[in-house]
Design a protein around this ligand. Structure first.
Ligand code: TPP
Ligand code: MG
Length: 599
């Protein structure tokens, strides 16, 4: 059949199951977008107000549903605005399909409007290189069907990641004889199973374990392995800890849930993982944040602990810690195979008993609870970071989705906001981009329209994508934004003070030094949202109830104290302090750094 490039794209996206396209039109993509109005390829268009938001939105949609969404931008600045979106998806291993326009093939190198041409013709390609799993520059209309199914293949198989297709303006507009490709015949059936030798090896290591721990990363969720993980944990009585991206893969009200690991992990999570003799890691890449910068005995101790490392990407095996058994396969069949090989043999289906170990888990959990409770239950006004979260947890149903921005909220939620189901806690655990949470929450709401979605973020983060409130109204996306306003980048100020006893650029102040904050209530209302402000726990509870009941996009501004302290830091993080700070902190830092295990 004869189709224009834009028709090929729109029909493929429709056939391949894309439900929404987000973006901003421009001359570089208006032809491409026009095809989404054709009857056979109508896909609803979601208007954003900065292209970064289109990619973050698709990212949030994927994290909430496991399905991809598309972002479309114009050429030049429109496409360049997406870089942080793609970088976030790449670092966090999430699927996003991005299409952008490009200079017409016959105009390349002439420095046409919005072309980068001084190093090489049409040079946007190189800008996008390090932030995508795969990129295509399409030179002909009849190449599009092949490019599209390969893009879906790259995005949806193996380790997830964002892909980008640049479509020159002439390729969008011109027609050619094309044959569309059936996606089913271009994707593998099923998932990648583990090598039985590796499962045997892992089972023998597990058979020796007295103090095993399972650590879950983002791959446990993208690999949809949560049922099998529950079977393994229960069958062998193994406490489970999570990283930021792994939070949600295990129900946090389960007796075997043992908190989280890393700098902003929990006391019990770090202590148990660091004291384990065998760690089973599932889709976890051991970032410095989750592994306390590899300082021995803080979050992990490899050796003496043995590591069974399950990852879909061989690149991660042994990258940061030596793996006693590295298994490259999908998480779901791998954990299922481990269950078959261990639970069956060890206890014949009866859970392994570890009475003393479980008592220790309980003691540590209580210690952590005792540490958390005063901040969580605090009646201070302005509030602690934890108090609004406690109120939110009481109101949000079990399957409600919380989307979390970086800064204090990210650590406070990790530690003090229990989640129970996979894909109900979304955060950028690897790239930790400010500006991500607002559009990602909108994407999650598009994916799960019948589920309450709340976005928890700081005032600094909110200011980086506040323009997307307009999109909540124009597209009717009823997210509730719980904004913790402490007049600044307080997580950053905390680090600055600790290291250097002073701070620069992290407080929002007027010239006379008094705290500054824009009037978020008025801003939200001006954008057309419902809005509430609260400075007590009771106030937040009431505002949240009314916000959810409104069924409309809404902002609840929670006034939090600048000095309240954010999340606790039971772990460690390697940040060098300037050489001119010569007090005992330098010696402590050098001594602690000497314990790092990755070099
Ligand atoms: C795009 C981007 N720029 C800078 C940072 C570094 N950073 C991390 S948290 C943070 C401050 C966040 O402030 P806010 O959202 O108000 O949360 P708070 O820590 O004050 O609770 C900054 C600047 C980042 N993560 N992302
Ligand atoms: Mg702040």
């Amino acid at each position: 059949m004869r189709l224009s490039g834009s028709q090929v794209i729109a029909q493929c996206l429709k056939n391949y199951g894309i439900e929404y396209v987000a973006g901003i039109p421009g001359h570089g993509a208006w032809v491409m977008l026009d095809a989404f109005l054709e009857p056979e390829s109508t896909i609803p268009f979601i208007q954003v107000f900065h292209e970064q938001a289109a990619v973050h939105m698709a990212d949030g949609y994927y994290r909430a549903s496991g399905k991809p969404m598309a972002a479309v931008t114009s050429i030049g600045p429109g496409a360049t605005n997406t870089i942080i979106g793609l970088a976030t998806a790449f670092a966090d291993s999430t699927s996003v399909l991005m299409l952008s326009g490009g200079p017409a093939t016959h105009m390349r190198g002439h420095g046409v409007l919005q072309e980068l041409d001084r190093y090489q013709d049409n040079d946007f390609q190189r800008v996008i290189e390090p932030v995508t799993k795969r990129h295509w520059d399409v030179g002909r209309v009849d190449a599009l069907p092949s490019v599209l199914h390969r893009a879906f293949n790259a995005m949806l198989t193996g380790r997830r990641g964002p892909v980008h297709i640049e479509v020159p303006m002439d390729v969008q507009a011109e027609e050619a004889e094309v044959k569309m490709h059936d996606l089913k015949r271009r994707l593998p059936i099923g998932v990648a199973y583990p090598d039985p030798t590796a499962i045997d090896a892992a089972a023998s290591v597990l058979a020796t374990a007295q103090r095993p721990v399972i650590v879950l990363g983002g791959g446990a969720i993208s690999g949809e392995a949560w049922n099998e993980i529950l079977q393994l944990a229960e069958g062998l009585t193994i406490p489970v800890v999570t990283t930021w991206n792994g939070k949600g893969a295990f129900p946090e009200d389960h007796p075997l849930f043992a908190g989280s690991v890393g700098q902003t992990g929990t006391i019990h999570g770090n202590a148990l993982a660091a004291g384990a003799d065998v760690v089973v890691s599932i889709g976890c890449k051991f970032t410095d944040w989750s592994a306390s910068s590899y300082r021995k005995g803080v979050s992990f101790s490899f050796p003496p602990a043995k590591l069974i490392q399950i990852d879909i990407d061989p690149y991660e095996i042994g990258k940061n810690y030596p793996a006693d058994v590295g298994i490259v396969a999908d998480a779901k069949p791998t954990v299922a195979a481990l269950v078959a090989a261990t639970v069956g043999t060890a206890g014949g289906g009866t859970p392994v008993e570890r009475t003393e170990y479980l008592a220790e888990v309980e003691t540590l959990r209580k210690q952590w609870e005792a540490r958390l409770a005063p901040r969580r239950d605090s009646d201070d006004s302005p509030m602690t970071s934890q108090r609004p979260l406690a109120e939110l947890r009481k109101i949000l149903p079990r399957d409600g989705i919380v989307v979390v921005g970086s800064g204090n909220p990210q650590g406070a939620v990790k530690q003090g906001f229990p989640v129970y189901e996979p894909r109900t806690h979304l955060t950028s655990g690897s790239y930790s981009s400010m500006g991500w949470a607002v559009p990602a929450a909108m994407g999650a709401k598009l994916a799960k329209p019948d589920t309450p979605v709340v976005c928890v973020l700081g005032d600094g983060d909110f200011l980086m994508s506040i323009q997307e409130l307009a999109g909540c109204v124009t597209n009717n996306i009823p997210v509730v934004f719980l904004v913790q306003n402490n007049s600044g980048y307080m997580s950053i100020r905390g680090g600055q003070r600790k290291l250097m006893d002073r701070h620069i650029g992290s407080e929002f102040n007027r010239p006379d030094g008094t705290p500054y904050s824009p009037d978020f209530l008025e801003i939200a209302k001006a954008f057309g949202l419902e809005a509430w402000r609260a400075d007590t726990g009771e106030g937040v509870a009431k505002a949240l109830q009314e916000a959810f009941a409104s069924g409309r996009p809404a902002v609840v501004e929670a006034i939090t104290a600048r000095d309240a302290g954010g999340p606790f830091v039971p772990g460690w993080w390697d940040f060098p302090s300037p050489a001119y700070i010569t007090d005992e902190r330098q010696d402590t830092y050098s001594a602690e750094r000497a314990d790092e295990q990755h070099l």
